[in-house]
Ligand binder design. Structure first.
Ligand SMILES: Nc1ncnc2c1ncn2[C@@H]1O[C@H](COP(=O)(O)OP(=O)(O)O)[C@@H](O)[C@H]1O
Ligand SMILES: [Mg+2]
Length: 252
């Protein structure tokens, strides 16, 4: 009988694990993640040997003090950054093995990101910012535009199509950013303190959007201190010094 090479065994392991995760409804699987930042001789362990599973359709909140490593963890899970070591499967795909180009394509379709500082493209209008990910995914121009208009209306920004980011308030910019994150209808939404810099009214509007996303069975991971968002969570993970220090299930 032919002996498998080490690479073939690794490939078989990968396929078996992916199958097992899918059968168990685990959408995100992180094992022994480490992310260090080196500044001169000093090493910051931003994510320190973290293992974490997230189920399909689960709403997870990550809370913890500033500097705990929440942003770093979200960026690793979403494939915006790579760990020093450890493994991540996202929807049965081992993203820690992917090259940058494949990862960019995978992110485009599979995860919507919402950032604390909105990260809109400053030279594009509200409508163009929302069209951008649809354009990258190859959607027809007119379809991109009509979908962007629909999303803008949903965000109550129907009359802000031609505005550039600097002509929008903070709350309006974040609503454009949320529309952009939803543009390709990704199964996973990752949000990093999405209401941290916003007024109460906008925060509650965003809370209601997340409530709707939850009932449409999206998988949601949010780093936040916002009690209104925390109230929606199925599970609350407390994070400190790069580690999970507590996990609580929350009845909903
Ligand atoms: N690009 C970077 N270079 C160096 N250190 C960083 C970088 N990003 C984050 N850190 C450090 O990693 C730690 C975790 O940061 P971060 O993930 O932003 O935490 P949080 O989002 O919980 O506030 C902090 O100590 C921070 O200073
Ligand atoms: Mg952060």
């Amino acid at each position: 009988m032919k002996e498998n090479s080490v690479e073939e065994y690794q490939e078989l392991d990968k396929i078996n694990l992916a199958k097992e995760l899918t059968e168990q409804g685990i959408l995100i699987f992180c094992k022994n993640l480490v992310k260090n930042y080196e500044i001169g001789d000093f090493i910051v362990k931003a994510v320190d040997n973290v293992s974490l599973d997230v189920n399909d359709g689960e709403f997870v909140v990550i809370e913890g003090p500033s500097g705990a490593g929440k942003t770093t963890l979200l960026n690793l899970i979403g494939g915006l950054d790579s760990p020093n070591s450890g493994t991540i499967y996202n929807q049965g795909v081992k993203i820690t093995d992917m090259d940058q180009e494949s990862l960019a394509l995978f992110r485009l379709i599979n995860s919507g990101f919402i950032f604390q500082n909105y990260n809109l493209i400053s030279t594009l209008t509200a409508e163009e910012n929302i069209m951008f990910p649809m354009n990258l995914s190859g959607m027809k121009f007119e379809e991109q535009r009509s979908h962007a208009v629909k999303l803008l209306k949903k965000m109550r920004l129907g009359d802000r199509r031609e505005h550039l980011p600097f002509q929008l308030s903070a709350g309006e910019q974040q609503r454009v950013a949320i529309a952009r994150a939803l543009a390709n209808n990704p199964p996973i939404i990752l949000a990093d303190e999405p209401t941290a810099n916003l007024d109460k009214k906008t925060s509650l509007f965003i809370r209601d959007l997340f409530k709707e996303l939850k009932s449409s069975e999206k998988t949601i991971i949010i780093a936040t201190h916002d009690d209104d968002l925390i109230a929606l969570a199925d599970r609350i993970i407390s994070f400190d010094e790069g580690k999970i220090v507590e996990e609580k299930q929350q009845p909903n």
